[in-house]
Design a protein around this ligand. Structure first.
Ligand code: 4AD
Ligand code: MG
Length: 479
């Protein structure tokens, strides 16, 4: 009895001369005889060979690129180049036709990523997106594996919330009120008491604050879920909906936090290096072709896999914000546009070109920057003795910029409340959060890693819209 087998398994199997059924989509059909079948398990196609004259003309016409088929036959050694085995077809059934006149993915020339973004609903069917999304899947699995092995509890935090965890006001409102005609209170403000939840709510920007509640009971937790930011930045690094991984750990200080973050990034990259070699090699070749289009001095020194291995095997550079400013001040402005603007003052937030200078030109490796000025960081970060800086850490990656943002948290109730008051945050409304500092407060720390930025780095893709299946960015949410 033959049964359905995935292409990946057939290609990896040492055996020949056994019967299988394969179901997938036609990638190409040559000489009325050779069908390249892809079933999504790998970018490699299985060659199915149809005996000449075995099929009637009507069926032959329906074997077109994109059509779905079921073929049964025998796996035999292949005489053809570049493949060990092929399928000698005994039976063939067309499951779904695909009109070659209308199908937008006739893969004769490789379609551009811009074009594929326009037909994002079909782009999963290309080799590039096949590889990207299998790697995305493997990274997600590796995230859970890493924390599970260390005894962290996976915590689901709310998507709809009344709090603005980052205090940055970049929230998407969730409301049942009619936006054109909302009820108003005596002062002419929107009256949210009539809203579904009886108060203003929004989509979460971060699960951290809820994560802290659970860390105060379980010790070590992590979240991994969608987060939303209504920042209007139309860049290749920002999405309105992105996935974030946020571990939160009781009894960790900033050093423990940095050590965990570094081990985490190395572990998940190590996992795909071990388990997704084929897809990484495909992406590496793709990237190399793209690099060849660039002028020599802009090409990266390392190939994709070499770059990933470098990150896994080398220590991240650690330095304080203040030290970074010194380096930036002393660096020579580069005439090329990339690094034209160098920082002048302590206290300023780093622009992406500053971050890129540090990681790509100066250290040439991932950098963990710590102890930022309090004024440019969130309210919950632990204040340093100097009265100016907080125990923050950002991890910056070559080609990406900020991949991780985190900190040790302010565990002292009074200090936290005065910081919140200074920042005009609603102290009363956040008493649930402040209870962590009232009842059994302890030193704790955590960080957030932007999942799509990690995938960008691992796949060598350059636009964040190309590493999330359904990108949401300003002016685009097609489906
Ligand atoms: O630095 P952020 O804003 O930190 C937090 O949200 C903290 N609550 C995390 C924590 O300590 N638990 O965001 C964390 C990371 C960034 O470093 C970046 O990788 C990613 O989330 N990120 C985005 N990714 C894609 N699109 C956006 N608009 C992003 N904004 C942040
Ligand atoms: Mg940040």
């Amino acid at each position: 009895m033959s049964h359905r087998v995935k292409v990946k398994q057939i290609l990896a199997d040492d055996r020949t001369n056994y019967e299988v059924i394969v179901k997938g989509w036609v990638r190409s059909f040559r000489n009325n005889q050779f069908i390249a079948i892809n079933d999504g398990s790998t970018n490699n196609n299985l060659q199915a060979v149809v005996a000449l004259d075995s099929l009637d003309a009507a069926t032959l016409k329906r074997i077109t690129t994109g059509a779905s088929i079921s073929v049964g036959g025998e796996v035999i050694p292949s005489m053809g180049k570049g493949q060990r085995v092929e399928l000698k077809v005994n039976s063939l059934e067309i499951l779904g036709d695909c009109d070659p006149e209308k199908y937008p993915l006739q893969l004769k020339n490789r379609p551009s990523l811009e074009y594929l973004r326009e037909i994002a609903h079909l782009r999963f069917r290309t080799n590039t997106f096949g590889a990207v999304f299998r790697v995305r899947h493997a990274l997600a699995f590796a995230v859970h594996r890493f924390f599970n092995e260390r005894g962290f509890v996976y915590l689901h935090t709310p998507i709809i919330t009344a709090s603005d965890a980052e205090g940055a006001g970049e929230m998407f409102r969730v409301t049942t009120l009619d936006p054109k005609n909302p009820p108003l209170d005596a002062n002419g403000h929107v009256d949210y008491t009539e809203d579904f939840f009886g108060r203003a709510t929004n989509l979460t920007v971060s699960g951290q604050l809820e994560g802290e509640l659970a860390a105060m009971a379980f010790g070590e937790i992590y979240t991994f879920g969608p987060t939303f930011r209504a920042e209007n930045s139309n860049t290749t690094r920002h999405l309105a909906e992105f996935w974030m991984i946020e571990p939160e750990m009781a009894f960790y200080d900033l050093d423990d936090n940095m050590a965990l973050a570094e081990a985490f990034v190395k572990s998940v990259i190590g996992y795909v290096l071990e388990n997704n070699r084929e897809d990484l090699e495909f992406l590496a070749t793709r990237l190399l072709e793209e690099e060849k289009q660039k002028p020599q001095h802009e090409r990266s020194e390392m190939g994709l896999i070499e770059k990933l291995e470098f990150v896994v095997n080398n220590e991240f550079q650690r330095l304080s914000y203040t030290e970074a400013i010194e380096i930036l001040k002393n660096s020579k402005p580069n005439k090329s546009k990339k690094f034209s603007y160098l920082i002048e003052e302590w206290g300023a937030d780093l622009q992406s070109e500053h971050e890129r200078y540090l990681v790509e030109k100066h250290f040439k490796k991932p950098v963990i920057l710590t102890d930022y000025p309090a004024a440019i960081k969130a309210f919950y970060m632990k204040q340093n003795e100097d009265g100016k800086t907080v125990r923050a850490m950002d991890i910056l990656f070559p080609g990406i910029g900020e991949m991780v943002g985190g900190s040790q948290r302010e565990e002292n109730y009074d200090k936290l409340v005065s910081r919140m008051e200074a920042m005009h945050l609603p102290v009363e409304e956040m008493s649930w959060y402040l209870d962590t500092r009232r009842f059994g407060s302890c030193p704790h720390a955590g960080f957030g890693l932007g999942f799509e930025r990690l995938i960008l780095f691992v796949t060598g893709m350059t636009n964040i819209r190309d590493v999330i299946p359904f990108p949401r960015t300003p002016k685009s949410a097609e489906f």
